[in-house]
Write a new protein. Sequence first.
Length: 567
Amino acid sequence: MRREAVGGQMTPTGSFPAVGRPQRPEPPVRDRLLRDLLGERRLALGRRTSDRFWGLFGALLVTAIAAGARLWELGRPGKLVFDETYYVKEGWSLASLGFEAAWPDDPNAAFESGDVSSYKTDEAEYVVHPPVGKWMIAAGMRLMGGAENPMAWRIASAVVGVLAVLLLVRIARRLFSSTLLGLVAGLLLAVDGEAIVHSRTGLLDQFLMFWVLVAFGCLVLDREWARRRLADRVAQIVEAGGAIGKYGPRLGFRGWRLAAAVSLGLACGVKWSGLYFVAAFCLLTVVWDMTARRTAGVGRWWEDALVVDAVPAALVMLPTVAAVYVASWSAWFAHPKSYLRDWAVVNGVAPPGWWPDWGWAQGAWEAGRSLWEYHRMMWDFHTGLDSDHNYASHPLGWIVQWRPTSFYWDKYAPGQGPCPADAAGDCATAVTSLGNPLLWWLGALAIPVVLVLAIRFRDWRGAAALTGIAAGWLPWFQYSWPLADRTIFTFYTIVFTPFVILTLVYLLAVGIERTSRRSGDRRIVCWLAGVLVLLIVGVSVLYYPVWTAMPVPYEYWQRLMLLPSWI
């Protein structure tokens, strides 16, 4: 090996060094680990002032668009639509009495006209969903000063819908290490029909989507925190002259993971289908820990991740989810008139012999046993629900919005209702839970492509987006033909709508990252992405009236119903 003089020093080399160019020093161990664990794009995110500016101003701009689409004439229509007939009234009586009260026969007309106190103060109603979503609807009505205004029924859904857009901007920005792609993801959610309709109606699934998205965001933050902590501790070992060996360091308490568990508990407190996300997200975060330890050079990375990360995660997350869920029933525990609250006492179901006979313990057992019986009845209802409904749909068609759910529809002659007297023909008003057709059809095509790319490139971002879709969509097949025949609806897709959008944006990210910055291919990808986003926004402008009960010519409504199954 030759030795060449560089800067007055003799340096072993296999080639001539560049004259006058100092050799680049080896980066510190921590920096190299961070580069391997997080990627250079993530480490560079936010370094430039312009990037930070658009990360904040752009997010606020997209959120403002979402707010306008959701809050404008939120009280239209001035009637309880679809399942608002259950959740709005249940939420109001829950806030007024502390339990969901029964209502007289056909109470909607009186409720819509302002008589919101006709519930029966001494009789509870049998409800089949946990209370968190109804508490959130009730909070909105209380903040608006009462339930007499239709806007009050929906304000909580609207606020949550706006916040979900802001969350998705920030989540996608970290996920794809790109401020621009974060803004694209938020804009797509801001203009999607499923997101707009659920933000303008007082249904529970909007709140389920919100808490699931919060949990996902917390886990993305936990992933980054854990990898930075792992880089720090591995670097300390190496710089002290030690070796990683078979097992790596412990990371300590993980606050973002706890926050995710709280959010998942609240999601389950809205609807039981939140449990599917508990399972999926717990598995996802364990896989992230495994790959982190493998990248950091831990010898027995899979065993280390299971023992050091997965077991503590299970011991923290699962009890937290359960505790938050049970706590969400606190009003039911507190009010003796709650449905089935005294079931154990009335039916003489005594505690087992090993149960303590202290007074408070006896009461706790009776309350817990009564709640268990209530949950058994709810389970029987959900698994046995089989009633004919015009808008029931098989989950196979959900991803292409084959049979969207009509929440509200009415037709008026000129001069009647909201139809102008000088209208050329009849008018239609509709609230149709139909996702933006172009967005969802592209999303359906993107799913198998992203699956292949995520496997080929071992890309955690595509896998994360697909995990959200799988948790929100695939479990419903067990309730459908040929396995079962439960009545289910396309509007359940709102819970995984953000993940469909992340799947689309992931393809844009791959297209941009896999082409050279200076090549014409990257410009083509960017132009194509821009055109597609503009087309999706344009389609949303066309469909906005049938998402928001705006009066439109009957012929216009018909032209928008592209498929017979949409009517």
